[in-house]
Design a protein around this ligand. Structure first.
Ligand SMILES: Cc1ncc(COP(=O)(O)O)c(C=O)c1O
Length: 457
């Protein structure tokens, strides 16, 4: 395809030093990649340093970072208070295998803000956090199967990824989607454990929960479908999950690893719906590796050391004082006004994106909420991962061309065109991104006319 070839050629000419470094990386890592989500074709930029909302790459380009390590850097890079807190902690020891005061600081802050958290525990990643919520639910209910949403992502293990990409022909009927492996590593036992629920379909969800109630330990849901298009759940949908779980003795888990950045109390406070357990990560670590999970004391009791057989939760770096120090320093800077500013800029970004598509006569839109956005090359409504995946498939390499074209214009996003706002950003940075998109779409329009005329308005 000419469009893809041209996009790669322009990018490679613009970032030769990263191109040279990826050659060396290919000696050590399969395909030069040690983290799938941060890799993209033809190769990612090597970053040398960053401060605030700007990064410097190996070729010396200044890049405004709308990716923020997949939404985790809500204060941007190298926030001074976080740098101070981490430096102080590291200089006095990075891990003691003992409790520390700063665990209490972060625990206090989170339990005061997030409605569902009566008690919590720390982990080293969001992956471990969601995993431990599932173990908690199983131990507390004595049941085994887990309902997850089609298109939902909860970390790097099989059950957290089942049916992440609802491929047509494999994903089954919307009323009762198949549990589909996303690669060849999935054992059948994991697929059998999963019950897949369509997103944003309250009545179908109620029926599925009722049908499987006797075997379901938990329902886990992201209040915004983050990895498959930043599609917000409706309150009606989350309420249906809440009511059905309460009615049938199923533990409701909100995965707020991303959505905690929507406001002081996360998405649960905004919707006014309290889950039984909540998984967190990303922003609560101030840029360092972290996760946390918690909820009703009665459920969290399964981890109590005085229980006869407490649920095993260890992990060498759980609650390490450096992540605690960074997290407390970061979260302490966030208050309702800060969230309002971030969310206001997010709305401006989404409106600007919609306008850039319109002005250039190309079908497109931004989904998301608060400080989160995802660009899609369709003007049709997007309700779930089936919709967003179908749109991405139709758009083909245009998604890649927009991503690489934006990088060349100094704007970083995820390869799937996910953007988010950090506090060092202001109206000027959002305007830069929108202007860059406008310019990028203008450049691509003749190629879209030639290769994908159906995407023109
Ligand atoms: C909603 C959600 N849950 C869980 C995770 C896993 O978190 P981590 O990458 O810290 O393991 C992610 C990561 O992107 C996520 O987006």
């Amino acid at each position: 395809m000419g469009l893809r070839r041209n996009a790669f050629a322009a990018y490679e000419a613009w970032a030769p030093e990263s191109g040279r470094l990826i050659e060396e990386a290919r000696r050590y890592f399969p395909g030069g990649d040690t983290r799938m989500s941060a890799h993209f074709a033809p190769y990612p930029l090597f970053i040398e340093s960053a401060s605030g909302c700007r990064m410097r790459d190996a070729d010396g380009h200044e890049i405004v970072d709308f990716m923020n390590n997949f939404t985790s850097l809500i204060l941007g890079h190298a926030n001074p208070a976080v740098v101070d807190a981490v430096s102080t902690q590291i200089a006095t020891g990075s891990a003691y295998a003992a409790p520390t005061r700063n665990q209490l600081d972060l625990a206090r802050l989170l339990t005061e803000r997030v409605p569902s958290l009566e008690q919590l525990r720390f982990t080293s990643s969001g992956t471990e956090a969601t995993l431990m919520t599932l173990r908690c639910a199983r131990a507390a209910t004595g049941k085994q199967r887990i309902m997850k949403m089609e298109g939902g992502y909860h970390g790097s293990y099989e059950l957290a990824e089942v049916s992440l990409a609802p491929v047509p022909g494999l994903c089954g009927p919307l009323e009762s989607p198949n549990a589909v492996p996303i690669d060849a590593s999935f054992p059948d036992s994991v697929l059998n454990d999963a019950v897949i629920c369509p997103y944003n379909q309250p009545e179908l969800a109620r029926a599925l929960i009722a049908r499987h109630a006797d075997e379901l330990a938990a329902v886990i849901v992201e209040p915004i479908l983050g990895s498959t298009g930043m599609i917000p759940a409706t309150t009606e949908f989350l309420l249906a999950l809440r009511e059905a779980c309460s009615a049938h003795g199923v533990v409701l888990i909100f995965d707020e690893v991303i959505t905690l950045r929507l406001g002081d109390g996360g998405a649960q406070a905004l919707h006014g719906i309290t889950p039984d357990l909540t998984a967190m990560g990303k922003i609560i670590g101030g840029g360092l590796p972290i996760g946390a999970f918690g909820g009703r004391e009665e459920l969290m009791r399964v981890f109590h050391p005085d229980e006869e057989r407490p649920v095993m939760h260890a992990s060498t770096f759980s609650g390490n004082p450096v992540s605690m120090a960074a997290g407390a320093a970061a979260m302490g800077q966030l208050d309702p006004q800060r969230f309002e500013q971030l969310n206001g800029l997010g709305a401006t970004l989404r409106e600007g994106v919609d306008a850039a598509f319109r002005v250039n006569g190309i079908r497109g839109q931004a989904t998301g909420a608060g400080s989160l956005a995802n660009l899609h090359l369709t003007d049709a409504p997007l309700r779930d991962a089936r919709d967003s995946l179908a749109a991405a498939t139709r758009a083909g390499s245009i998604v890649q061309a927009v991503h690489l074209g934006m990088l060349r214009r100094g704007i970083a996003s995820a390869g799937r065109l996910m953007y988010c706002i950090s506090t060092p950003m202001g109206a000027a940075e959002v305007e830069l991104a929108v202007d860059a998109l406008d310019d990028c779409l203008r450049e691509l329009r003749p190629e879209i006319e030639r290769e994908k005329p159906e995407l023109l308005l």
